[in-house]
Design a protein around this ligand. Structure first.
Ligand code: BGC
Length: 761
């Protein structure tokens, strides 16, 4: 139903009915207006499966209906695969129809500012383009089934510490280029039915009542037509919220806030039209669901489980594989070590927790293989700081013995539930000490050691040089066991790439000095330099770079072409590149496109991801991958002009297999189609006028004059020998206002004023 059609229904409602509609009936249901045929509908948590609670359970976390658990968002982003994400979303959308759920609360598109944000496993990336693209695919998949998705948590909710009260202090350029951009394409392209505002404050105002965020940017600038819902319990001042663009309060306030809305409309402090508009958005969502209701829908547990396995295979990232140790032969004598082989960690804790009993373990998959022995190696209970018990020592010794007797050891390690969850941040970036110790000890006796990781975000790897292979499964969902075995034995070829940098240590991360902030505020002092944007700029060594991921086959990159070399930023530029599978098995490669502004006056990252495509290739097969680049590929956010802007000049188009493995590049020259007008004053420096075509003659004259200040009649530099650089700098950086006083009446203020008037006209 369109908003216009919804308006016809809203017009027939009483003031009380309208105010009532703006909050939930209970934890999971929206209110009905029976007499107008608007039914009560239910929502439930996502984003990686349904967490449908019964009415009685309300906020309880583990007692939801049984559902299929897909890989966590951390893993999904590693697929770099829009199609797979669409399919997973579609399966969840179908399950929503089968379970009569109108809106699935997800995906979460918040940027991974710090590797230790407790909820990173529910988010996609440190890069806004990747986040937004994967979120869009997920939303489109869910919504293709006639139910809504709800992108969250808008915005700058990048930590769990004090998440319900803290103010994220973020300057506008970083917001626009990083934190809001992670949502922007997804919202514009995929049009989620709902946007969930976050708990935190943004620059001192709660997101739930931040007019700039919810109305100026989201609704007006981005043209968002869906509804804005609070995170659960995020209302601060309901009346202010409504005025700021918050439509729906969840779960509700027992009528308290509804009454305030009624009072505010009666007293004239809120125009009734504002309330009507909120109601229109809510009614449109409810009735669109009603129109699309599919009462025949059933979800097929087996088919969805198979899809979860398939998705998990697309997501796993092979981080290291020395001497082609992987894939393993099914005939070799192997030791499987580590509790996670038996009971993998495949999802995170908190509101996204899916109740599934059908998860698979690696061990289940190999139980008929007599060449594999298993020992648990460690306990998943954290033993840090405590003395080892006899049992711990026995587990370690058994692991060493099993590893010593095998041809290779596979250690299934990872973060226990207690380390990483919604509600709190991680304290450090390490694995539990008993696991690090186990990996070191096994690697001492077994040169062919492989580590399989189960974690929602990066961990330090003090043992990295001692092991030959590392496979990152992230939180792989209920199909993790099948997927991991297929990859270890080569029935599937890994094709995931890291959606985030793995720094060597936590202190390397750009947010380190300002995470999680002080008392009421957290300052995002690193600005736009988040993730690889920072590590690249600082030329830092990292453990594994953004975009990294290996395969069992090899790919060659060739024939990079661009369809134009000089153009303005309103013209699209098409880039194509040929990828060949040069190995001997089927594989998939994620081709990444980064843009580098080769010379700019504003501070910019070394490179930024602006395109990616995943391509499947049989051995020897070649395919051409094409990217289309628009204005956003070149532009930065100009905070003075409050708009995106392309600075004229050369840009490099970099094509790579990771952010630090660039295979091909091409240079283009881009101009802005529309030049941003600045306000030029007497304090403008001469160099800031160099590109102003309108006054090019005057500027040449001024330049010539300024240079002449420093030379005598014979052309001799008055500043002395070797002072050419100083002379040039003085000229470039001369404010207009100072020129007349150097000129002995030759350049007058009148002359400069006339020139400025011409320029500012
Ligand atoms: C979480 C949301 C979730 C909601 C409902 C909140 O605490 O932040 O992501 O959708 O609860 O469970």
């Amino acid at each position: 139903m369109t908003r216009k059609e919804a308006n016809a229904l809203v017009k027939q409602m009483t003031l009380e009915e309208k105010a009532g509609l703006c909050s939930g009936k209970d934890f999971w249901r929206l209110k009905s207006v029976e007499r107008l045929g608007i039914p009560e509908v239910m929502v439930c948590d996502g984003p990686n499966g349904l967490r449908k609670q019964s009415e009685e359970e309300g906020a309880g976390i583990n007692e939801s209906i049984e559902a299929v658990c897909f890989p966590g968002s951390c893993a999904e982003a590693a697929s770099f695969d829009r199609e797979t994400m669409f399919q997973a979303g579609q399966a969840m959308g179908n399950a929503c129809q089968a379970e009569n759920i109108s809106i699935l609360l997800g995906p979460g598109a918040n940027i991974k500012r710090s590797p230790i944000c407790g909820r990173n496993f529910e988010y996609y990336s440190e890069d806004p383009y990747l986040s937004s693209q994967i979120a869009a695919a997920h939303i489109k998949g869910v919504q293709s089934k006639g139910v809504g998705a709800c992108i969250k948590h808008f915005a700058a909710n990048n930590q769990e510490t004090r998440r319900m009260s803290i103010s994220s202090q973020v300057e506008e350029r970083a917001l626009r280029e990083i934190y809001l951009a992670a949502f922007e394409d997804a919202i514009k392209e995929a049009k989620p039915w709902a946007v969930m505002c976050s708990y935190n404050q943004l620059n001192g105002t709660f997101a739930s009542e931040n007019r700039w965020l919810l109305t100026d940017v989201l609704k007006n600038e981005w043209g968002y037509e869906g509804l804005v819902v609070t995170d659960w319990g995020a209302v601060n001042d309901r009346v202010k919220g409504l005025l700021a663009g918050l439509d729906l309060e969840m779960p509700g306030s027992g009528g308290w806030n509804d009454a305030k809305i009624v009072e505010a409309v009666r007293s004239g402090s809120i125009p009734e039209s504002v309330l009507d508009s909120a109601c229109e958005r809510i009614v449109a969502a409810i009735m669109t669901y009603v129109e699309n209701r599919d009462t025949e829908a059933v979800w097929d547990r087996q088919a969805d489980h198979k899809l979860a396995v398939q998705t998990a295979k697309e997501c796993m990232v092979l981080l290291k594989n020395e001497e082609h140790l992987l894939p393993l032969s099914k005939e070799s004598r192997l030791a499987f070590i580590g509790k996670f082989a038996e009971k993998p960690r495949f999802q995170g804790g908190g509101s996204s927790h899916v109740n599934t009993k059908h998860w698979s373990s690696a061990l289940d998959q190999v139980k008929t293989m007599e060449n594999i022995t298993y020992v648990s190696g460690f306990d998943t209970v954290d033993t840090m700081g405590k003395e080892d018990t006899d049992l711990d020592r026995k587990r370690l010794n058994d692991a060493i013995a099993a590893a010593g007797n095998a041809e290779a050891a596979v250690i299934f390690a990872g973060l226990p539930d207690s380390y990483e969850s919604e509600g709190f941040d991680r304290k450090h970036m390490r694995l539990p000490e008993n696991q690090n110790r186990l990996i070191q000890a096994v690697a001492e006796v077994q040169p062919n050691t492989i580590v399989v990781l189960h974690n929602g975000s990066p961990v330090e790897m003090p043992w990295i040089d001692k092991v030959k292979a590392v496979l990152e499964t992230y939180l792989g969902g209920e199909g993790v066991g099948e997927a991991v075995i297929d990859i270890l034995f080569g029935d599937a070829n890994p094709s995931g790439k890291l959606p985030e940098t793995f720094p060597v240590k936590l202190a390397d991360n750009p947010s380190y000095l300002n995470f999680p902030g002080e008392e009421t505020r957290v300052e995002y002092k690193e600005g736009i330099f988040v993730g690889y944007r920072y590590y690249d700029k600082k030329e830092m060594n990292v453990l594994f770079p953004f975009g990294h991921g290996l395969s069992y086959t090899t790919f060659a990159y060739s024939d990079l072409t661009v369809d134009r070399k000089r153009f303005n930023d309103e013209e699209e530029c098409r880039v194509s590149v040929r990828i060949t599978n040069t190995g001997d098995r089927f594989g998939k490669e994620v081709v990444q496109l980064y843009i580098q502004d080769l010379k700019s006056r504003v501070i910019r990252p070394v490179k930024e991801l602006k395109g990616f495509e995943k391509v499947s290739l049989e051995p020897g097969e070649k395919k051409t991958v094409t990217f289309t680049l628009g204005k956003r590929a070149w532009a930065y956010y100009d905070t003075e002009a409050k708009d995106w802007y392309t600075e004229e000049g050369e840009f490099a188009i970099l094509i790579g297999a990771s952010s630090r493995d660039i295979r091909l590049s091409e240079t283009v020259y881009v101009t802005p189609a529309v030049r941003h007008r600045r306000n030029y004053t007497m304090n403008t420096l001469l160099e800031d006028l160099f590109e102003c075509e309108e006054i090019k003659d005057e500027v040449a004259e001024l330049k010539h004059f300024c240079e002449s200040i420093f030379v005598d009649e014979t052309g001799e530099n008055l500043l002395g020998e070797g002072m050419k650089d100083m002379m040039e700098a003085q000229t470039r950086e001369m404010p207009l206002k100072s020129i007349p006083s150097f000129s002995d009446g030759k350049i007058t203020y009148e002359y400069l004023e006339k020139m400025l008037n011409k320029l500012n006209a």
